[in-house]
Design a protein around this ligand. Structure first.
Ligand code: G3P
Length: 218
């Protein structure tokens, strides 16, 4: 189970990378807009790729196949860790097929149905990103989509990795693991929430208090 951090915030990326807890990064235009200010996004992308030794998803913003291809090639050339992210549209699927043929890894994003995930796999996608939280937001069952894609990919031996996205809390991560997702991408806050348990805090407090009575050092 790979854990990717879903952010373009370099401070947060360094914190998680220093702890050795993440396998890669996913970004999207909204996440980049949050942190870029006046900086060129390409500088941020390069810095992220140099910080994390793993796949870093960088998203195209063109909507037609040719623009996606041009942008995808430029993004892939930034660093060997770059993975090109394309939206799950007809043009995105065509761009995916063409980029994969050039040896570029592709993450197909904005997936909301099993039929979309099937076409992404047929287009040779390296990753498919189903957006769990956004389905829950409209009273759907986002996790059911992960389970169904897992079953379809296993039934037919598709190699595309399921990258559960739009995960909003620790339970989402646990459910995605139970459903057999290959990867989860999570905001930094959720990563650190995964480590928290009130009984851990309570137990540690008691251990330290009891140790103090010894007046000893290790
Ligand atoms: O990176 C895409 C996805 O994780 C976005 O999540 O919370 O904006 O739906 P969210």
């Amino acid at each position: 189970m790979k854990i990717f951090l879903d952010t373009a915030d370099l401070g947060e990326i360094r914190r998680a990378a220093d702890a050795g807890l993440i396998d890669g990064i996913t970004t999207n235009p909204s996440l980049v807009a949050k942190v870029a200010g006046k900086r060129d996004p390409k500088e941020i992308y390069l810095a992220i790729c140099e910080t994390v030794d793993g796949p870093v998803s960088l998203e195209v913003v063109g909507v037609d196949k040719d623009t996606m291809l041009t942008e995808g090639r430029k993004l892939a050339a930034i660093h060997k860790n770059a993975v090109v992210k394309v939206p799950l549209t007809e043009a995105g699927l065509k761009a995916c097929r063409a980029l994969v043929a050039e040896g570029i890894r592709v993450n197909v994003t904005l997936c909301f149905s099993v039929s979309q995930a099937l076409l992404a796999a047929k287009a040779g996608a390296t990753y498919i990103s189903p957006f769990v939280g956004r389905i829950d937001d409209i009273s759907g069952d986002g996790m059911e989509l992960i389970e169904q894609i897992r079953q379809v990919y296993d039934n037919y031996g598709f190699k595309t990795e399921i990258l559960a996205a739009s995960l909003r809390h620790p339970l989402h991560v646990v459910q995605a693991m139970m459903a057999g997702s290959d990867c989860c991408t999570i905001p930094p806050s959720v990563l650190w929430q995964l480590s928290k348990h009130p009984l851990t805090d309570k137990g540690l407090e008691t251990f330290l208090k009891d140790w103090e009575t010894l007046g000893a050092r290790i």
